[in-house]
Design a protein around this ligand. Structure first.
Ligand code: ATP
Ligand code: MG
Ligand code: MG
Length: 262
């Protein structure tokens, strides 16, 4: 049942996929560090002049709309076009999709570019599917179960895997659904922990052919690393360092054993 978790951990480390990130200014460092810790090779660029070329060269593309500007949107759309032409998987993180009309508009435009995977918190997934405003800035005001129906509808409509993260994470392709119970509340006390998880999902999508397994496996591995980090951390600051250490030392069989996927 969790064989794909071991396979994902090991293949990311062995194959070291290049992952192109069009991400936000806050998440840049943690996302790159999480990818490196897991064994992948990050590149961060949103320049429209090169984004398409980089996406085509990479194993996967991650697009995160955390700090939106006009230039960023141009870069993201060039990257998506490059990934699609090259047949590479791409992952959308619709940060704060419910916060403003501008974010809802850009999220809808990006969704039309056919991401293979969408990962957000409950408020973001509800906003994407229902067009409603909601959430507190980039934070969720709803639990993942409240967004379960919206996630399934969005997955069917967008023909993508949709992940709703929170205390329990839900991953669905519209017909099959996984629930993942790994993780630690300290992740919510650290900025960009969700963005960095989306980056890690990109690395998994580059090496595993099934996007549902790639998404669920990456979420479980990240949650397990967070649990182990919380055991030794003194607070939010040392937790981040311990999270990177735990991701770096996690092996496939341990990840498969500790994964709580139903
Ligand atoms: P960000 O603030 O970085 O944008 P996000 O809101 O997009 O984050 P979250 O839903 O907070 O994303 O999920 C980030 C990570 O934290 C996921 O791995 C998720 O499983 C975990 N997580 C979130 N809430 C909890 C919780 N209450 N208990 C355990 N783990 C949690
Ligand atoms: Mg959060
Ligand atoms: Mg987020």
């Amino acid at each position: 049942m969790t064989g794909f978790v071991a396979e994902g951990v090991e293949r990311v480390r062995r194959e070291a996929p290049l992952v192109h990130n069009v991400t936000n200014l806050v998440a840049m460092t943690l996302s790159a560090n999480v990818l490196i810790a897991a064994g992948a090779s990050p590149i961060m660029s949103a320049a429209p002049e090169e984004a398409g070329e980089l996406a085509a060269l990479s194993g996967a593309l991650v697009v995160n709309m955390g700090t939106l500007t006009r230039d960023w949107v141009e870069g993201a759309e060039a990257a998506v076009a490059g990934a699609r032409t090259a047949g590479k998987p791409w992952v959308l993180d619709p940060v704060g999709a419910g916060a403003t009309a501008y974010r809802r508009e850009i999220a809808a435009r990006l969704l039309a570019g056919r991401p293979r995977i969408v990962r957000g918190n409950a408020s973001e997934i509800l906003a994407l599917e229902r067009g409603a405003s909601g959430g507190k800035g980039v934070d969720s005001t709803a639990g993942s179960d409240a967004a379960a129906e919206a996630a399934m509808a969005l997955a069917s409509r967008a023909r993508a895997v949709v992940a709703v993260t929170g205390a329990v994470d839900l991953v669905t392709d519209g017909s099959r659904t996984f629930r993942i119970a790994n993780g630690h509340p300290l992740l919510t006390r650290t900025t960009a922990s969700g963005c960095a998880l989306t980056a890690l999902i990109g690395a998994w999508a580059a090496v595993l052919p099934d996007p549902l397994e790639a998404t669920a496996g990456a979420i479980a591995a990240y949650g397990i690393a967070a649990e182990r980090a919380a055991e030794i951390a003194q607070g939010c600051g040392s937790f981040v360092a311990a999270l990177l250490d735990a991701l770096g030392s996690l092996d496939g069989p341990t990840a498969a054993r500790l994964a709580r996927i139903a």
